[in-house]
Ligand binder design. Structure first.
Ligand code: FE
Length: 228
């Protein structure tokens, strides 16, 4: 089996939120799609280990915030590489609560949808939640973030708990001077720099200021290792 074939499947990128009582949480997912139109139903696949999974199981509700193409890596990292068991992911994030008490991220998102779970499908490590859409609104126009854009243009990384996680094949000749974040797998490429955070293309890793942090998960330079 060639796992690279799985990379040919296309996806978007979303923040999935839910609640349990007064607690709210959210996480990144790429696996959201519309199933039917009458009534409108959507599905999402969520890792059983994630806190958002526990919350959706409890409330039978979830919301989807559709990320804009220009959403910063830091927002995706905040919801994708941290656990709501350890931090409040909504601290410092602009959001609103819908009628059902579900949070919608309002910055760097194009739209939100809310759904009530109709059915759950056990998929070993994940549960597929199928829900009927109960509310939806467009917040602004623009291109939605796609999974391919996140990888290829933003050069973002993916946690091992993502359904689409495939260990990267690293071409030795292509990795000269690249450093990898040991926490999230983000690769700093000197040729590309980190323009989102003011680092120009052509800046060697060694020349990054000590204040520079992983643009995805926020750890410091010491957490990076040279790719060999
Ligand atoms: Fe990182």
């Amino acid at each position: 089996m060639d796992p690279r074939a799985l990379h040919k499947i296309s996806y978007g990128l979303y923040i999935i939120t839910s609640r349990k009582g007064d607690q709210i949480n959210g996480q990144i997912a790429n696996t959201v799609f519309q199933i039917s139109n009458e009534p409108p139903t959507i599905a999402v696949s969520i890792n059983k280990k994630n806190l958002t999974h526990e919350f959706i199981k409890d409330s039978k509700l979830f919301a989807v915030s559709v990320l804009a193409q220009d959403a910063p890596l830091s927002l995706i990292g905040n919801f994708g590489f941290k656990s709501g068991r350890e931090v409040n992911k909504f601290e410092g994030v602009d959001y609103q609560l819908g009628d059902s008490g579900l949070p919608h991220v309002t910055t760097d998102t194009l739209a939100y949808l809310e759904a009530r779970v109709l059915q759950e499908v056990d998929a070993v490590t994940h549960t597929i939640f199928i829900g009927e859409v109960t509310a939806a609104e467009v917040l602004k126009d623009g291109a939605p973030m796609t999974y391919a854009y996140y990888h290829e243009v933003k050069r973002g990384s993916v946690p091992k708990t993502a359904p689409s996680f495939v260990p990267e094949f690293k071409d030795k000749k292509a990795v000269s001077g690249k450093y990898e974040c040991s926490v999230c797998g983000y690769v700093y490429d000197p040729a590309a720099g980190d323009p989102e955070n003011g680092v120009e293309p052509g800046t060697p890793f060694e020349a990054l200021p000590e204040s520079w942090v992983c643009p995805v998960c926020g750890v410091d330079k010491a957490s990076f290792k040279l790719l060999k």
